[in-house]
Design a binder for this molecule. Sequence first.
Ligand code: SAM
Ligand code: DTB
Ligand code: SF4
Length: 342
Amino acid sequence: MAYQEHPSHNAPDQTGCGAFRHDWSLPEIEAIYSAPLPDLIFRAQSVHRTHHRASEVQGCVLLSIKTGGCPEDCAYCPQSAHYKTGVQRETLLNVDEALTAARNAQAQGATRFCMGAAWRDIPTGEPFERVLKMVRGVRELGLEACCTLGMLTQDQADALAEAGLTAYNHNLDTSAEFYGAIISTRTYGDRLATLERVRRAGVTVCCGGIIGMGESRAERYRLLRELSSLRPHPESVPVNMLVRVEGTPLAGQRAEDPLELVRMIAAARILMPASIVRLSAGRLSLSDEAQALCFLAGANSIFMGEKLLTTPNPEANDDRALFEKLGMRLIAANAASEETHA
Ligand code: SAM
Ligand code: DTB
Ligand code: SF4
């Protein structure tokens, strides 16, 4: 039987009471995540093809607009001021620098431009006004604009919405239970409160996590339950594999099995059918075959370009060759902005 492809690649559950479930139980999530791999992939593909075009991937490019010196102590992060990682502290970029990078991203085929700042929370005054100008400029280019700037107030969320921000990235990273082992300078509740403000402002939510930090599968089930209980589901769900950076407390973690990443992506796809699932940090440590499995599992977005925020990412040529080999393509610009505001 030929699977029907959904005309809209992402039709978010805007009401929160649509066809999508927000009450997945831990035993159900465990059964999905730990199913025999062929069964898991088949189920993920079936869901994927109902809501997305299976051979298309959204290209996003990241830019660190304010690097290093972050007061938070996230154990995975090279930008935390608590660790000596060699990342130099820099001031906020100017608007022209950001927009030049956005134009380059567009020329590379990206349809979303994501700007990240190593802030605990967004400062007020000129720096925030500058970020708003960046957002307006990115939108004027015809790109989706995403920001990840730490915690924000309702007024800041509303101002970002007003500037045309498409999405705000704010990850839960792991389960509430494991959170304290990774971050001590803020709580899970702080994170959820920011997500709530983003939602209330009418900006779409980009929220996911990291695997490979020493968490058990049970912690991943809890993260997946948390993400899928958000109403509506986050429109995009980044799944990162830990990039082990020298100087961070997690530098000595053992390398995660790529098949765990495949399972995590497949489970996210099944639990949150219409969301964009982004194969995020960690691609450099994956073979072409492992990345292909991630796409089979339902990943339909990647970060392109040689750099994530501070760590390396596959070269543009390598990604081009990979897509060619897989017969897959980037979502074209005019089809990409269907991630509507909720
Ligand atoms: N300061 C903001 C915040 O924490 O929301 C934005 C920037 S922060 C770098 C964005 C996300 O990048 C984190 O939530 C985390 O999921 C991911 N990240 C950071 N360092 C990572 C690493 N070494 N490996 C994988 N993901 C990482
Ligand atoms: C996300 O979930 N992953 C991206 C993006 N959102 C901001 C960031 C990955 C950062 C990896 C470490 C670095 O390059 O500094
Ligand atoms: Fe700061 Fe974000 Fe890095 Fe945490 S993840 S240290 S909040 S930049």
